[in-house]
Design a protein around this ligand. Structure first.
Ligand code: ADP
Length: 156
């Protein structure tokens, strides 16, 4: 069984994330959407809300599951038997940090490779921070987030 991890904060999960997950789900037997638990980071949605929103938004993908990880990601990958960590690359500005992380992770666990994917160009400018900003000003974010997230954002 070929497994890939897709780690992130998912505060909240957006259509950009789902675009990458859908592409990954075609290439691996299982995709583990991994909610990186970081108590120092202030988030709009609680950990439980973020897990639930991701799971609900991905219910159409039978080979995608959502888990949380509070430790080192590469160690979690090894525990889960995942051979890849998938990251989305939107712009050159993502590259420096992502390359550093990928190389450090490979140094720790040679058997876990990092794979970069580009989303559909309509999601290139999208990230969770922008969604949270837009919602503060009551802007329409319906084309950027899945239905469960849209409902949850309206409730906030
Ligand atoms: P964000 O960057 O939106 O705050 P996360 O920390 O949850 O998101 O990111 C998880 C992964 O998803 C990262 O690899 C990030 O580059 C990627 N990602 C986030 N938004 C998009 C998008 N619109 N298109 C492609 N990849 C994305």
């Amino acid at each position: 069984m070929r497994k890939a991890l897709y780690p992130g904060t998912f505060d909240p999960i957006t259509n950009g994330h789902i675009d990458i997950i859908a592409r990954t789900a075609l290439m691996f037997d299982q995709v583990i959407v991994t909610l990186a638990v970081n108590s120092a980071k202030k988030t709009l949605f609680t950990e439980d809300e973020r897990v639930a929103l991701a799971a609900e938004s991905l219910s159409d993908y039978p080979n995608v599951i959502v888990k949380r990880c509070s430790g080192l990601l590469v160690e979690f990958a090894a525990e889960e038997g995942a051979i890849a960590i998938v990251r989305g690359l939107r712009a050159v500005s993502d590259f420096d940090y992502e390359m550093q992380m990928a190389l450090m992770n490979r140094k720790m666990r040679e058997e876990v490779s990092t794979i970069f994917m580009m989303p559909n160009e309509k999601y290139i400018y999208l990230n969770s921070t922008i969604v949270r900003e837009l919602i503060r000003y009551d802007a329409d974010v319906s084309e950027f987030v899945p239905a469960p997230v849209l409902r949850a954002l309206r409730g906030k």
